[in-house]
Design a protein around this ligand. Sequence first.
Ligand SMILES: [Zn+2]
Length: 370
Amino acid sequence: MCQSKIIDFFHQKQGIFLFLIIFMICFSGTYKLSGQMANESYKIRKIVIDAGHGGRDPGTSGKKVKEKDVALAIALKLGKYIEENLEDVEVIYTRKTDVLIDLYKRGDIANKAHADLFISIHANSFPNPRISGTETYVMGLHTNDENFEVAKTENAVITFEEDYTTKYEGFDPNSTESYIIFSLLQNSSLEQSLDFAGLVQNQFKNRVNRIDRGVRQAGFIVLWKTTMPSVLIETGYLSNTREEVFLASETGQDYIASAIFRAFRDYKINIESKSNFSHMITEPSILFKVQISSSRKQLDLNSNLFKNYTQVQEFQVGKLYKYAVGSTDSYEEIVRLQSEVRKDIKGAFVIAIKDNEIIPLSEALNEINK
Ligand SMILES: [Zn+2]
């Protein structure tokens, strides 16, 4: 009974929107929680290197080379530099050969591995062949048409995938409306993503003599669901003859890979030297969530009951198992989520968590208003 109600609901547009909001709020909370666990001495241990495109998706092309090949060559070189020089870091590749990996799987690989950083490597193109240079993107809503075009082109690869409308919750890479969701994105690892992106662009400009087209923001599906700092690097324009020759050459690929390597090494040093400190003090002491269910029996988080929600969290309070979604230190934000969730589950309500325990809401509100 309850199940069919949920399924009906999910067929409505509203359901998709709700799902997205919950996803985003969960998303911002998850990183905080993992940060909390890592506060002792946070180390960068795993990096996922994602060579864009592959297989039947060539990406963009120059006169001679295809983006998928350039991206793979740089990704493999970058991985090798890290493996050879930073022994404490594990490198995970989304692909090491010429195969097509679905966009959502790329982020999934990073999430499942609990990676500390996700780097997606690409090459660009533009109708005007005079344009050249590098750009490093972080996730967000584009602020200009140029960035939007890059995101649209990169996202269009999902149309090579089977059943993409279902997999990406109706996301249409060419519709402006689809991108509005990115304006709601609350990515608490944005700051680290921006730090790393800045280091990459600096290296490109100062050490490899590339034209610096800056750190930018746009809605890339491949970065959408990663739960760690993530960037997408456009290593140059294959539509520019000189840049194509550079990117197609072994030397050019080496330069680009070593620049990204140095940026990564610096980022690692920065993060690890200030980790104790920053993770301790930026941690909110109270988090709000929306409780959606409670039960005497432990429920399966993958059950149909929770199918509208990603990242349902379980708490045990006495003999009861409680299930909640969302995670934010803003009361206003959680009340908004509560009203969205109530369209689906009428009895949903806000709870407050302190030191991993549920505390009375009034106590939490008193404390945050202090
Ligand atoms: Zn690409």
